[in-house]
Design a protein around this ligand. Structure first.
Ligand code: GLU
Length: 437
């Protein structure tokens, strides 16, 4: 039993700490808390620890005006939330999406704490975002919105405090604008304030591909440990953004047959395997997979239940639910997205014997190479791509085996095992630091 000195009544719990089963219609944050309690039960954490770890340490909401190209003014809402900083500075991406909400950002920041702990890099967890569909903005509106948001959250961010990175719909260029805005205010260049920036302003080689590459390293190790060949395995990828497209290409390069892919416009399916070079060429020309001629069109919903061996959800959260989990045919799911599987779906998949490599492990390659980028920025020393990729592989393989051992020992899912590992590391760090004052 791990115990704190915090009395159960000392911290307001808003009722969330006690409830291990959240209500229907619950937020992503409720789901994150529900997952946490499964690990907390195994670790036998008391109420005080649960109260600490289910609350985000800091939450900033900002409403700020932006001049639009037509001369009008729009007010946008953005957030930066730091869940926990016991293991190091807060780390996590910024998302631009119309569904960004404080609850989503809280969940994503909590998952960043666990993710950094699973791969054992010295960061806490944070996340941020703006509630906006960036596709409706011009490039100059996007730049003005980003720079103003960077100024608004500059009370929290900094190279030794909180380091943003790309996430859904945010790019190396957007990181460059944040870096520039922060540096202009500091009066000197501060390359360690963001990661995922372009290489010509201090970014790391290999960072762009790191999340997708890490997903494939995770799959390869899972296949190796379970005696399952990646060569010839049929792979379906939901989402063809930075993460999904790299994971699909690298899985194909490793000998897998990528049979299905989707993006926001819909999916494509070819049971004989898609010609990846042709798909990449098509999406570069047309901006989406829609209309690709070497395959049949499928809906995003159909895509998830196509006949395959490995499913890689690389889009948004809550995609695999109690509605479709029993129709999933894959033996292995590698969560390239954050939060794609609901707790109900987790139970169904576990009962079916489907192995889920959870987001907080499977997609940790991105933040791992963010850590390498941050180290390079602080040292003003650039690593080679080989060094970046081989260190990434070492970390993903080690993390897989750390999680796998816990899963075997307690006969639990890889998600709960990853959470047990992560939560224990955060609890240990907090115990060593002590609770101030
Ligand atoms: N947004 C990515 C994630 O969810 C990367 C975060 C980072 O590099 O800080 O893990």
């Amino acid at each position: 039993m791990v115990s704190t000195q915090v009395s159960p009544t000392a911290i307001s719990t808003n009722g969330t700490v006690q409830s291990s089963i959240a209500e229907p219609g619950r937020s992503l944050y409720d789901i994150a808390i529900e997952q946490f309690h499964l690990a907390a039960d195994i670790l036998d954490l008391d109420h005080g620890w649960r109260a600490i770890l289910t609350h985000c340490k800091r939450e900033l909401a900002v409403n700020f005006p932006v001049k639009m190209d037509d001369g009008s003014i729009e007010v946008f809402t953005g957030y930066r939330v730091q869940h926990n900083i016991a293991r190091g500075p807060a780390k996590g991406g910024l998302r631009y999406h119309q569904n960004v909400s404080i609850d989503e950002v809280r969940a994503l920041s909590m998952w960043m704490t666990w993710k950094c702990a699973v791969v054992n890099i010295p960061f806490g967890g944070a996340k941020g975002g703006i509630t906006v569909d960036p596709k409706r903005l011009s490039l100059s509106e996007l730049e003005r919105m980003t720079r103003r948001f960077a100024a608004e959250i500059s009370v929290l961010i900094g190279p030794d405090r909180d380091i943003p990175a790309p996430d859904v719909n945010t790019t190396p260029q957007i990181m460059a604008w944040i870096l520039d805005t922060y540096s202009m205010n500091a009066g000197h260049s501060v390359p360690g304030v963001v990661t995922g920036k372009p290489v010509n302003v201090g970014g790391s080689v290999g960072r762009n591909e790191a999340t997708g590459r890490g997903v494939v390293f995770a799959i390869q190790e899972a296949c190796r440990r379970s005696g399952f060949a990646l060569e010839g395995a049929r792979v379906v990828v939901q989402g063809f953004g930075n993460v999904g497209s790299v994971a699909a290409r690298m899985a194909a390069a490793a000998g897998a047959s990528v049979v299905g892919i989707s993006d926001v416009t819909g999916g494509i399916y070819n049971p004989k395997g898609l010609d990846m070079a042709a798909v990449v060429h098509h999406t570069a020309q047309d901006g989406s997979v829609r209309g690709f001629t070497g395959a049949d069109a499928v809906t995003n919903a159909e895509l998830l239940t196509l006949p395959c061996d490995i499913l890689i959800p690389a889009a948004l959260e809550k995609q695999i639910t109690e509605q479709n989990a029993d129709k999933v045919t894959a033996r292995l799911i590698a969560e390239a997205a954050n939060g794609p599987t609901t707790p109900e779906a987790d139970t169904i998949l576990h009962d079916k014997g489907v192995v889920v490599l959870p987001d907080i492990f499977a997609n940790a390659g991105g933040v791992t190479v963010s850590y390498f980028e941050w180290v390079q920025a602080l040292q003003a020393f650039a690593w080679s791509e080989n060094e970046v990729n081989s260190r990434l592989q070492t970390i993903m393989v080690r993390a897989f085996n750390d999680v796998y051992e816990i899963a075997q020992e307690h006969n639990i899912s890889m998600r709960t095992a990853a959470l047990v590992l992560a939560v224990k590391r955060v609890v240990d760090a907090t115990q060593t630091l002590g609770i101030f004052p």
